[in-house]
Structure formats: structure tokens, C-alpha cells
Ligand binder design. Sequence first.
Ligand SMILES: C[S@@+](CC[C@H](N)C(=O)[O-])C[C@H]1O[C@@H](n2cnc3c(N)ncnc32)[C@H](O)[C@@H]1O
Length: 257
Amino acid sequence: MTEASAPLAGRYSAGDLSLFTGPERDRFLGPHGVDGMKALHGDEGAWRRIEPHLVWELLYRKEPDLYERLIAGEHVHPGILDWLPVRMERCVEVAAGTGRLTADLAPRCAELIAVEPAKPLRRLLTAKKDLRKVDVRSGFFDAIPVDDDWADVVISLSSLTRNEWHGGDAGLAEMERVARGMIVLVWPSDVDWLRDRGFEYVCFDGDMAVEFRSLQEAVTLARIFYPHAIDEITSPSVSYDVLGINPPRDLAWKHVP
Ligand SMILES: C[S@@+](CC[C@H](N)C(=O)[O-])C[C@H]1O[C@@H](n2cnc3c(N)ncnc32)[C@H](O)[C@@H]1O
């Protein structure tokens, strides 16, 4: 197996943790205590113990183009775009990545701030011609660089989780601080956790598949991200069931007065 097709699990090493900035280390390594510190100093044993929590963060910083190829065929359900307001005065998108949802938000917003901690992803987002008017800022769920009550909509796609390093309760509180309208979490994880915090939940029906640009691309990316599914991939259109992930068909939202 070439390095280029190595599976995500095992793809990176402790040395790659040097890609994190100081604030990123605090967020992503801090919660792992001694193992986080040992891994940062090159201890591969400690790295293997914490690796499952960190591979995606290293992907964003070491191979942002590979992440962009992965998501190119993952389109959110059209029901989600229909559900979102047609017009927003001020919107903040947190964890905007390379701009997958930003591209749909930008034409609807008078002002749009896209917050994203990973510099390599911000660079890809900023390079997109259609997104030139978007105000792209560095920040985290628990440190959003926007004034209190600034946005009528604060939104995020496929990013916030209950874990403190991906937002957690502090991240939700910070989104509420910035919002005076609503918070929307598209393709949420931890739906019950969100319901307990006052969120409503909407899910849209219909078959959904990842539309890779070719069969070859589907197989290449599956070797890295979905090795268990390779034998079942026979076309560029691959059902989410085959990949073993839930499709981007749902959202959780909360009114913030
Ligand atoms: C699965 S990606 C989704 C990116 C983008 N929303 C999309 O759908 O393509 C998760 C994103 O969350 C960001 N992220 C991770 N931890 C974060 C945190 N604590 N605060 C803000 N963003 C975070 C990552 O940098 C990455 O852009």
C-alpha cells in the first residue's frame, strides 16, 4: 500500500502534532492529559492511544485537499437548503471548513462571517471566487470572534459534538452569545444531547448517496476513509449505508430570543 492510499487510521504519527498551533494544542491535546503531552513529545505509544480522536484534525491541517476531495460528493439533502431562511441579514457559520455550506449561505446573507480554526482549510475557503465577500476568521466554537447578539443565524455543518474539543456545552453557550435569532446544527451528532438542551430536530426522507467524480475516485477514497466498504463499491454513486454513515439529511435548531 502506498503512503497516499494508507487508511486514515495509522496515516499520521506523533510528529504530525507539531502542525497544531498553541490554541489548537490546548483544545485538541489538553483533554487527553498526560497522553496528549507525551504524544506531543514524540511518544508513539501515547499517540496510538489518542489517535482516533485526532486523525481528522490532522487531515485538515496536513492534507486539506484530500479532505476537500472526500466531501466533494457529499451533498446535503435539498430539504435542508429549503428549510433555511431565504434571506439572512447577519449570519455566522462556525467550523466552515473549505466552504461546503458557506457556498449555499453566501447568496442569502447581507453579511456572512465564516469561522474556521484550521488555517489550511481557511486558505482553501478564501481562495474560492464565489466566497470573496465572506469575512473569514480564525476561531473556535468556544471562542467565536464576533460580538454579542450580532447574528440572526449562527449555523454549523457536521462539526459540533458533545466533546469539549469539538464545542460541547461551552461551544453551544458561545453560539447562543452571538445569536439573536436561531442556532442551526446541520447533520448533527448527539441528537439526544441537543434535545436535552432545548433543540428541535428535523429529518428529511429519501435515498441518498455520495456522488464521487468517478469509480476510480470512489475506490481511491474508500481505501483511505472506508476500507471496510471497498468490495461493495461498483459505481461512483455509493449509498451512505454501504459506507456505514448516516446521510446529511437532518438538522437541529433552537430559537435564541
Ligand atoms: C467535518 S469538518 C466540517 C467542515 C465543514 N463544515 C464541512 O461541512 O465541510 C469539521 C470542522 O470542524 C472544525 N473544528 C474542529 N474542532 C473545532 C472547534 N473546537 N471549534 C471550531 N471548529 C472546529 C474543523 O477544523 C473542521 O473544519
